[in-house]
Design a protein around this ligand. Structure first.
Ligand SMILES: [Zn+2]
Length: 396
């Protein structure tokens, strides 16, 4: 067996940042072999400039929306954004498939090795079948009117069965509720068996109107239901925040990826902790800052999440609400707006935490025995900092 040896200014292991004296040794099949001091590494060590890291994990994407790149205006707020997405339906399939293929390549070029991907149809199936990237497929379910729960569920079940062919072991596939304001209690009940002891995900507190709607039944969501001709008269406000209203419905999942959390409050995070403390379910908070800036022109309360010891992971969301599918670009936005957060902390979110959330940490996310995590190099850094000029490329 021959080995590849790499050395750079910094070596991030997935858990900690080592200095330039660490040499990463990978075998020819891409498996991690060892990290040893340069004095023991012998010959043929490739000297690189920048930070070596395990490849990135993108915990939230909608590959099937890639063809909407640049079509939806920025900073209009969630209600108008959602309305635009659901009414953009006049695209040829060939164009959709082409955009999906291009976007997957973009992710690979940007050092992404695994993706948690939302599926409302089977458009992305063909590309995923090629096995270029590891996917956790979340079959997304929505339907606010209780009367349509059964039809919506059956439609999603067909998609679920289709994607089942990709992972017959059944371990990288589940159903996922779209958002608290788009899934009726009846529909929740139908999908719960399909995320039992698995990872599932939900768009959470992406706009301030979400809490307002659950607390008082008022606000901008009423405009959304009326735009979509949905009769909302059955809904009774819970008097609690959105997250606190629906959380118990996820009690039987293994991992839950809460996506966006732009308007989550301290009480919400503590509620999750208290509720799930004694249960087996683990909460992950997925940040998609560039999409939040695109849609709501807001950023999530990252310092609060850190103070509350939340498991943070990163996502790109789709090209409908982002200019690129790049975890490094999300990191740059975090570094720019929260300059005091240590870089190794953020890189953990992008690697090992994401792998854990998607239940892929047996293979991905860190340089540890038995793993084949991919190796990327972050270049054009300044000392040990990421700058707007930084770029990433795949090494193995
Ligand atoms: Zn999304």
């Amino acid at each position: 067996m021959s080995y590849l040896k790499f050395k750079a200014d910094h070596l991030f292991t997935g858990k900690e940042m080592l200095d330039e004296n660490g040499v990463l040794i990978m075998d020819n099949d891409g498996f991690f072999e060892n990290i040893i001091p340069v004095t023991e590494a012998g010959e043929n060590v490739q000297q690189l400039r920048g930070i070596i890291s395990p490849a990135f994990i993108n915990c939230h994407c909608h590959l099937e929306l890639s063809h909407l790149k640049g079509l939806i205006p920025e900073k209009t707020g969630l209600v108008d954004f959602v309305f635009k997405v659901v009414t953009q339906r006049h695209f040829e399939e060939a164009l959709i498939f082409e955009a999906i293929e291009k976007s997957e390549k973009e992710m690979i070029d940007n050092g992404i090795i695994a993706v948690g991907d939302i599926c409302n149809n089977t458009h992305s199936f063909f590309q995923k079948q090629k096995g270029n990237i590891a996917y956790y497929n979340f079959i997304e379910v929505s339907g606010w009117l209780p009367a349509i729960a059964q039809t919506r569920f059956e439609k999603s079940k067909l998609h679920y069965d289709h994607f089942y062919q990709l992972s017959p072991a059944n371990n990288q596939l589940s159903m996922a509720p779209h958002a608290p304001y788009s899934v009726s209690d009846e529909l929740w009940k139908l999908i719960q068996p399909f995320f039992y002891k698995k990872t599932t995900t939900i768009h959470n507190q992406e706009t301030p109107f979400e809490d307002e709607f659950f607390e008082s039944g008022k606000g901008d969501f009423l405009r959304m239901y009326s735009l979509m001709n949905i009769d909302n008269s059955f809904f009774e406000p819970t008097g609690k925040s959105s997250l606190q209203s629906y959380l118990p419905k996820l009690n039987d999942a293994k991992n839950v990826l809460f996506v966006h959390n732009t308007f989550s409050k301290k009480q919400d995070l503590e509620f999750v902790k208290n509720e799930w403390n004694k249960k087996d379910v683990v909460a992950f908070f997925c940040l998609c800052p560039n999409a939040n800036l695109y849609i709501e022109n807001a950023l999530p309360p990252i310092e609060l999440l850190i103070r509350e010891h939340s498991n943070i992971v990163l996502g790109t969301d789709s090209l409908a609400s982002n200019h690129r599918l790049s975890i490094l670009d999300e990191i740059k936005t975090i570094v720019k707006n929260f300059p005091t957060i240590p870089l190794p902390e953020i890189l953990k979110w992008a690697t090992i935490n994401g792998a854990k959330a998607l239940q892929m940490d047996n293979v991905l996310g860190s340089f540890e025995a038995g793993k084949k995590p991919g190796v990327v190099l972050i270049e054009h850094i300044n000392g040990d900092s990421i700058t707007p000029q930084s770029s990433v490329r795949k090494i193995t």
